[in-house]
Every structure is written in structure tokens, then in C-alpha cells.
Design a protein around this ligand. Sequence first.
Ligand SMILES: [Cu+2]
Length: 126
Amino acid sequence: MPHRLLSTSLVLAMVGAGATVSTIATAAPVGRAKPHKAAVAHVSIGTVHGQYAFLPHKIVIRAGTTVIWTNRSNAFHTVTEANTKWTSAAFTTRKSYSHTFSKPGTYHYVCALHGYMTGIVVVTKK
Ligand SMILES: [Cu+2]
């Protein structure tokens, strides 16, 4: 699918340029809780039962995958590793943050502005 290749290249180019907070022009599909073959996985930030949430709560990816969190809610959020080894700045509606996971492991993260917002990224071997 040429369109998908184009958008993936765009995202990778943006990541390569060091952009950590950026607007994604195309609609991001909601990620699924199984291994992704693509080099990019998506997590939306939305609202479930009146509370902000990372959707899906847990994703499983291969090492080397870049996860892109896109804020589809009406509030600022962060994506912050549970031990604050890495974090985004607070980013607002329609903005995104990306982080590349190079090592296998289980990574817990939270929103620093809403402590109840948690998520998990499981990184498997390549
Ligand atoms: Cu939040």
C-alpha cells in the first residue's frame, strides 16, 4: 500500500530529525494488543467512561519499534516512563509524542498530569 509506506516514511523522517512532539497528518489506527510487524505502533489518548486513558492500555511490539502516542482528548497529557527514565513534555490535542524501544522488556508508563492514566509497552525480541 503506497499510502501507508509514505506515511511511515514521513513519521520515521520526523523521528530521525529529532522531533519528539509533532502533528501527525494522517489518522492513526488504534494499536492492537499483539505483536506489530511494522516499525511504528500507535497509541491514542482518549476518554473511557469519563476518564482519560491510553488506548489500548497495553501493546506488544518488537524491539526497534517506534510508538507514537497521539492526543485525541481535550486536555494536556504526558507519556512518562514509570521511573521517569524518559518522558514527553505535556502535549495538547492532536499533538503526538514518539519513543523508540530498542531493548526487549516490559515498560510501564503514566501521565504525569493524571496519575490514574497508566499504560504498558511490552517489547519482544526482533
Ligand atoms: Cu493525562
